[in-house]
Design a protein. Structure first.
Length: 187
């Protein structure tokens, strides 16, 4: 049985603190398979992510409780640094302080890592990291998180205005998070 994490002790304390009811929604494999066709029907774009079906169960439960509007947790990774790229920004200054021969050796080693078929393969992350760690904050962030297109044709290149409000007093990690918050997250 899979249940929405809102049944955790921390969630119960948070709900009690802000004065909202908390409802546990049981969700197992059979429920996922039962709701899958309906979830696909309501999506505007193709998706194969099981969380879409779980979200449909949450929406249905809200409707049963008379709730008309539901705001999801989208944005938590941008606000709390949950993406691997953010770890890369925290590590890049340390990596860049290593002597050039060591950085070159690590880049060569990354090229020899075997490919993986996981959702976000470690070898992919390491290769992207060493290839762009020496770029400026926005350059490497877009290379790590952006479209993957060559920079001369990518529409993800920050404008001068975006670079101006980035907060130069912030460390690279917070600059990247602010960039995502102001550009990627609203879309």
């Amino acid at each position: 049985m899979i249940s929405v994490r809102l049944s955790s002790p921390k969630a119960r304390r948070a709900a009690r603190h802000i004065g909202i009811p908390l409802r546990r929604i049981p969700f197992d494999r059979d429920e996922l398979l039962r709701r899958w066709p309906e979830a696909i029907l309501h999506l505007e774009t193709p998706s194969t992510h099981p969380s879409d079906t779980a979200l449909l169960a949450v929406v249905r439960a809200c409707r049963e409780d008379g709730i008309k509007v539901l705001l999801t947790g989208e944005g938590a990774d941008e606000l709390f640094g949950g993406y691997p790229t953010y770890l890369g920004h925290a590590m890049a200054p340390r990596f860049n302080r290593l002597p050039r021969p060591i950085r070159s050796a690590l880049a060569t080693l990354a090229d020899f890592l075997p490919p993986s078929h996981s959702k976000v393969p470690l070898e992919f992350l390491l290769k992207r990291f060493v290839a762009h760690a020496n770029s400026d904050v926005l350059g490497r962030h877009i290379a790590w998180f952006g479209t993957g297109l060559p920079t001369d044709i990518s529409a993800d290149q920050p404008t001068g205005e975006e670079r101006d409000w980035l907060g130069r007093e912030l460390d690279p990690l917070r600059q990247a998070m602010l960039f995502d918050y102001r550009t990627y997250l609203p879309d």
